[in-house]
Structures are given as structure tokens and as C-alpha cells.
Design a protein around this ligand. Structure first.
Ligand SMILES: [Zn+2]
Length: 63
């Protein structure tokens, strides 16, 4: 399984999706955004490993 980092294109909320296929081919996926409260297009940022192995805690400042 690969942990993918996805960012909501509407509100910028970041979330991790743990799936067994390559999301990079999709570029964007429609999944539920908890902040928007409905399904939104999410940009595929990359894998969690590429990001350094840990998800940023919610509400933390973006680098
Ligand atoms: Zn959102």
C-alpha cells in the first residue's frame, strides 16, 4: 500500500489516502473533503515517503 498526499483544490485541506495503486496517473481524484463537507477534486501531491515520512498535523503552518 502507498500513502498518497492529497490536497483539496477548493480549501487546501490536506489528507492521506492509503491505496494500492498509482495515483500519479490520475493527477486529481474526487474524494470526500471533511472541511468542505462534500466530494472535491484533490490534487495528488505525491507519496508520504517523498514528503519525509510523516503527515503534517492538522492546522500546522505550511512550509
Ligand atoms: Zn476541501
Amino acid at each position: 500500500m502507498t500513502k498518497w498526499v492529497l490536497v483539496c483544490e477548493v480549501c487546501g485541506n490536506e489528507r492521506i489516502l492509503d491505496v494500492g495503486y498509482n495515483l500519479r496517473e490520475f493527477q486529481r481524484v474526487y474524494i470526500y473533503c471533511r472541511r468542505c463537507g462534500e466530494n472535491r477534486a484533490h490534487k495528488v501531491v505525491g507519496t508520504l515517503e517523498e514528503r519525509g515520512g510523516a503527515a503534517a498535523p492538522p492546522g500546522s503552518a505550511k512550509a
